[in-house]
Design a protein around this ligand. Sequence first.
Ligand code: ATP
Ligand code: MG
Length: 175
Amino acid sequence: MRAFLCLTPAPECALAIEKWAASCWPNISRRVPAANLHITLAFLGETDRSTIMRITEMMSEQQMVHEFSMLFDKVGYWPQPQVLWLGSHQPAGSVAVLAGYCRQIANRAGIRVSNRQFEPHITIARKPSMPPQSALLDPAFDLAFDSVQLCESILDRRGARYVVHEEWPLRLTSA
Ligand code: ATP
Ligand code: MG
């Protein structure tokens, strides 16, 4: 299956991001629907069952970071691969640590994960017909994360659909 490890915003936050993106870029094509908004920690690609099982085992044994939140207040556009995204001026340290764990575990399972500099982001539109104008309203979404997911990506003509196969809780922050 085509798989990736990710963080997912709470549904009410995903809906707020979708609403904000729709008002800033009303005519943009290929906007990502609320249900699909996520931060990829490690893209695993086409992965067989036994590799998924190894990754699942290692993720379950991994000492995770504490739950954390992060302010998403930055809009970016990568002309290649034509991705409009929402990121952070000050990414939480925890997100980089988590992405490091996920990449390391994927590597140990024999998957070559890109070692490109990790920029935590939520893709909000893919391959728009033209480079988007700047956002009408600056974003300020404070998102809390308390788990990491292993998702399957099912691609068809209507676009991508993600199915959560596994979920690992982050460590509780003591009061
Ligand atoms: P579509 O490919 O139809 O635009 P999608 O990108 O949402 O949909 P996938 O291509 O399965 O679906 O990607 C799942 C996640 O992994 C997305 O967050 C995507 O940005 C990321 N991803 C996909 N390919 C790579 C890659 N080669 N390197 C890093 N991340 C990737
Ligand atoms: Mg893709």
